[in-house]
Design a protein around this ligand. Structure first.
Ligand SMILES: Cc1cc2nc3c(=O)[nH]c(=O)nc-3n(C[C@H](O)[C@H](O)[C@H](O)COP(=O)(O)OP(=O)(O)OC[C@H]3O[C@@H](n4cnc5c(N)ncnc54)[C@H](O)[C@@H]3O)c2cc1C
Ligand code: SF4
Ligand code: SF4
Length: 411
């Protein structure tokens, strides 16, 4: 069997899965790229460019061209809304069972006219989702978690508005079977959920947001506003290591948050003229050109070496951040207009099940650990916290190892 006759399953359609798929396809291998969401891209597709006058080398723009290329690659078949239900070894191959959620909005019929969007009363709640990637447009998707039809079984305004009869709420889940010769797991991470740290105010104080929410604001290019009253913030605080370096829990460094927070802080200061303070334990110099940034940021941003322990709403609509500079000094409660939590990278909650299916283990933190399961390879942040540049390199190596395995099998 030549490489051109081989098929590889890549699970996860983020930047890791897309990079591995492109590398495999370039060698002639047919790839099945399995993504559980309606759209590919993962978290990297949610990141914004943080350039000042010059590029800040945040890596965000590494993702889009690769994701567009994988969409256009004829050797890559993309299975959306899909998860792997079965993965059984038979005569050296893997027999795969995919479980597919229904596409209530048929992309084959949709022309992107937008009449359904205009008709939908739950658009703001996300009932009809649009892709973040320009290359995926005009693809739309109905989210049953927000769509009114799935609660009242009566709201069919979008279906009735569609001239192409692209919307059908009666579609059912299905299964698909594949036979592949190797598997790459590229299922990424889960952003830490800061609701677990109640005292930091997320979910309770509207002016406390996560860095991913700030990325979305910057992507929208509509200006920086406070969520509760729409006022422009003048003073913004970043709190580092939220869900990282914990004594109990995520007791590892997430590696990317110092870099993204400093870049975001500088971008906010330069674009919106806000005063930025960064509360940190110690700044980690991982990643591309971070030392230059640490130096530049130390001169431009207010860096406060202290971890806040309480965040709450003040009387005047501002947010009070309580911290203590040093043991023995009195606690300070400083007012801010907006607080950004630099959330870390937690293991994907699917990891236990994925490890069981693929015959892999987990590391001490719950990330997937490469084992001795022949023909199974790991790519990207499924294995450990990484930035996008590291993910692209890691996925390239995973693809090369996969090719090496396929070649060894055929010789
Ligand atoms: C707040 C924040 C800011 C960041 N900022 C930067 C930055 O400025 N620069 C930078 O370089 N990096 C940044 N990062 C890190 C960056 O997001 C990651 O490096 C990158 O997203 C990892 O890519 P990945 O493909 O490995 O994982 P993911 O992006 O997590 O993609 C995994 C994909 O797999 C899919 N998937 C998951 N489980 C399954 C399953 N069971 N079956 C099928 N599909 C599945 C997911 O839906 C997703 O599409 C940031 C991270 C965070 C949290
Ligand atoms: S109305 Fe129909 S064709 Fe138009 S965008 Fe919506 S689903 Fe697509
Ligand atoms: S990269 Fe920085 S903010 Fe992120 S966990 Fe490490 S020290 Fe904390």
């Amino acid at each position: 069997m030549a490489l051109q006759d081989k098929q590889v399953l890549v699970i996860g359609g983020g930047i890791a899965g897309a990079s591995a798929a492109l590398e495999l396809a370039a060698q002639g291998v047919a790839v099945h790229l399995v993504e559980r969401d309606d759209f590919i891209g993962g978290r990297a597709a949610q990141l914004a460019c943080k350039a000042l006058d010059a590029c800040q080398k945040c890596n965000s723009c590494l993702a889009e061209p690769r994701l567009a290329a994988v969409l256009a690659e004829p050797r890559v078949s993309i299975h959306r809304r899909a998860t792997v239900q079965g993965l059984n070894r038979t005569n050296g191959d893997f027999e795969v069972v995919l479980s597919l959620r229904p596409a209530y909005l048929d992309p084959g019929r949709c022309t992107g006219c937008g009449l359904c969007l205009a008709a939908c009363p739950a658009l703001a709640e996300g009932a009809i989702r649009r892709p973040l990637l320009a290359a995926e447009a005009p693809l739309l998707a109905i989210d049953p978690a927000a769509c009114l039809y799935f609660t009242d079984r009566q709201s069919t305004l979008c279906r009735d508005a569609c001239p192409e009869e692209a919307i059908d709420f009666t579609r059912q889940p299905s299964q698909e079977r594949l036979s592949v010769q190797a598997v790459v797991l590229a299922t990424g991470f889960a952003p830490y959920d800061p609701r677990a740290k109640e005292r930091l105010g997320y979910g309770r104080v509207p002016e406390v947001i996560t860095a991913l929410e700030l990325e979305a604001v910057l992507r929208a290019e509509g200006g920086l506003r406070r969520p509760s009253d729409g006022r422009e913030p003048k003073k913004v605080a970043f709190i580092q290591c939220v869900g990282s370096r914990e004594v109990a829990g995520n007791n590892y460094c997430s590696r990317v948050c110092c870099g993204y927070a400093l870049r975001l802080g500088r971008a906010l200061q330069a674009r919106f003229g806000v005063e930025v303070s960064v509360f940190y334990m110690d700044l980690q110099s991982f990643g591309h050109a971070i030392d230059d940034f640490l130096q530049a940021a130390a001169g431009e941003l207010r860096l406060v070496r202290s971890m806040p322990y309480d965040v709450y709403a003040g009387k005047d609509g501002r947010v009070l951040v309580e911290y203590q500079r040093r043991a023995g000094l009195a606690p300070e409660a400083e007012p801010f207009d907006l607080v950004v939590l630099s959330v870390g990278l937690s293991p994907n909650p699917d990891n236990q099940a994925l490890a069981g299916l693929a015959g892999l283990g987990l590391d001490a933190h719950g990330f997937l650990a490469a084992g001795d399961a022949a023909g199974v390879f790991l790519a990207g942040a499924a294995a450990r916290p990484m930035d996008v540049a590291e993910v692209v390199a890691h996925a390239g190596r995973a693809a090369q190892e996969t090719i090496g395995y396929l070649e060894a099998k055929q010789s």
